[in-house]
Design a protein around this ligand. Structure first.
Ligand code: GAP
Length: 456
């Protein structure tokens, strides 16, 4: 079975320590999620793989790690104070609030291209009521940034925001990177970090939350090169999806219509994924022109340009291509793609076919029986030897060996090693493959190269 439901995924995530509801023992906090022991390993493996692929393995990329709190003028210049809004509609009786575009979509009315007035009219014309059966008010805008105040005084000057995207942390550090690293065009900045949005209706597990993580790139090019670079990034984004195990057959390209483009974009392509709750945005690729650098240069008076030595030292404000990857949506797509149920009755097993490079545990080591000290001692030696090399190696001596395999299958551990009575005779162990359930007999001395080859 390959089509997993959200209930199955959420249940697995909670049962096996991947993802929990935020603040759960206090009844939860809507739109927040906490990653547990296995979820945080998976998340870290994905972050590290992304950083390696897009920052350290490339000669044209630099990493940054900017502060979440930024000067309020950043968000004025970027257009977020004026325009980072969602359409909101309120139940006139209960005062509960909903996303107006979601309300229309649920009635199979496409809100794309509609302004606030058109949405209000569509709600009235189609006699759409709230889930509690009451009339809706007018559709209005709602700014999604979380506002806070810096320091002891709460006035206009102390206002700041939790960043709603990591991107601006890269634009405002553009000059610092140019002055310190002296890059030549094209070059890019990459960042992984938290972003916060006061979503009116957080939903679909970690798909739409109020606190989430982004992995973003701002890639600076000469204006005349943008089309070619945009195509290059489409290929690079598919390369990433292949690497983490998101099948191309479940990914669909959506060219965003001109009337639906974000305020900064001249072209945006969304990569949609077949999530269990429907086809929805996984990643985006935007051509942001030189909108951000120009706006920040004007507002801050800083010189945000590079000097083009090939053209007599002219000052060039580069244009920007932005590939953006939601980390939590990556995790959801990876889990949904990896989830399989196989067999029937007592032979039924849930198996997470995660790529070994991102699996929370690489290997599980077990003694065949936990009440035989010779087996346990030998297994402990194998375990600590592998842990030193592969890091994420786990130990399991609970229940019978079949149950241990099932438990490891369910969390995606690619290989299970069992120390049995033959081990005591000839220093070999069994290595069981998660996906095929076949077993190889391997000498302990050969285990490291045997596994290293599987993980390469
Ligand atoms: N810098 C551009 C930008 O932030 P976006 O399409 O608003 O563009 C980028 O967000 C990515 O961040 C999305 O493609 C998605 O993967 C992720 N994302 C956006 N809002 C999210 C939310 N509320 N919860 C989880 N992930 C979200």
């Amino acid at each position: 079975m390959e089509n997993v439901s959200m209930e199955q995924l959420i249940s697995l995530c909670k049962r096996r320590g991947f993802i929990f509801q935020g603040s759960e023992i206090y009844g939860g906090l809507a739109g927040t999620w906490d990653y547990g022991p296995l979820g945080s390993e998976l998340k870290r493996n994905i972050q590290n793989a992304w950083w390696k692929m897009f920052v350290t393995d490339r000669e044209d990329m630099y990493g940054v790690d900017a502060a979440i709190l930024m000067n309020q003028n950043v968000w004025k210049a970027s257009g977020h104070v004026a325009g980072f809004t969602d359409p909101l509609v309120e139940d006139l009786v209960t005062k509960k609030r909903y996303r107006a575009d979601h309300v229309l979509e649920e009635k199979n009315i496409d809100p794309k291209g509609m302004d606030l007035e058109a949405m209000s009219k569509a709600i009235v014309d189609n006699n759409i009521k709230s889930p509690d059966g009451n009339a809706f008010g007018e559709v209005r805008t709602f700014n999604m940034m979380f506002q806070t105040n810096i320091g002891a005084i709460q006035d206009e000057t102390s206002v700041s925001y939790l960043r709603p995207e990591t991107a601006q942390g890269m634009f405002v550090n553009f000059k610092n990177v140019v002055d310190s690293m002296h890059p030549k065009l094209p070059f890019g900045l990459g960042q992984i970090g938290k972003a916060f949005r006061n979503e009116i209706a957080p939903r679909d597990f970690v798909f739409r939350s109020r606190e989430f993580e982004q992995m973003e790139i701002e890639y600076f090019v000469k204006e005349e090169d943008w089309k070619g670079r945009f195509s290059d990034w489409i290929g690079a984004m598919y390369g990433w999806m292949d690497f983490v195990g998101i099948p191309r057959s479940k990914v669909h390209e959506l060219e965003v219509a001109p009337e639906d483009l974000a305020h900064y974009s001249k072209r945006t392509m969304d990569f949609e994924f077949d999530f269990p709750f429907g086809k929805k945005e996984l990643y985006g690729l935007a051509y942001r022109t030189n909108f951000d650098l120009n706006n920040h240069a004007e507002a801050s008076k800083a010189g945000l340009y590079v000097v083009d030595d090939e053209n007599g030292g002219t000052k060039v404000v580069p244009h920007c291509i932005e590939p953006t990857f939601g980390l939590d949506r990556t995790i959801l797509a990876v889990l949904a793609s990896a989830y399989h149920e196989e067999g029937e009755g007592d032979d039924k097993r849930v198996v997470l076919k995660l790529k070994p490079t991102i699996a929370p545990y690489k290997v599980c080591v077990s003694p065949l029986l936990k009440n035989k000290p010779d087996l346990v001692d030998k297994a402990r030696v194998v375990y600590s030897g592998l842990k030193k090399v592969f890091g994420n190696v786990t130990w399991d001596d609970n229940g019978n060996i079949g149950k241990r395999y099932r438990r490891q299958d369910e969390i995606g551990t690619p290989y299970c090693i069992t120390v049995d009575f033959d081990t005591l005779e000839n220093d070999t162990v069994t290595v069981r493959d998660r996906d095929t359930a076949t077993q190889d007999r391997v000498a302990i001395a050969d285990l490291q190269p045997f596994l290293a080859e599987k993980f390469s």
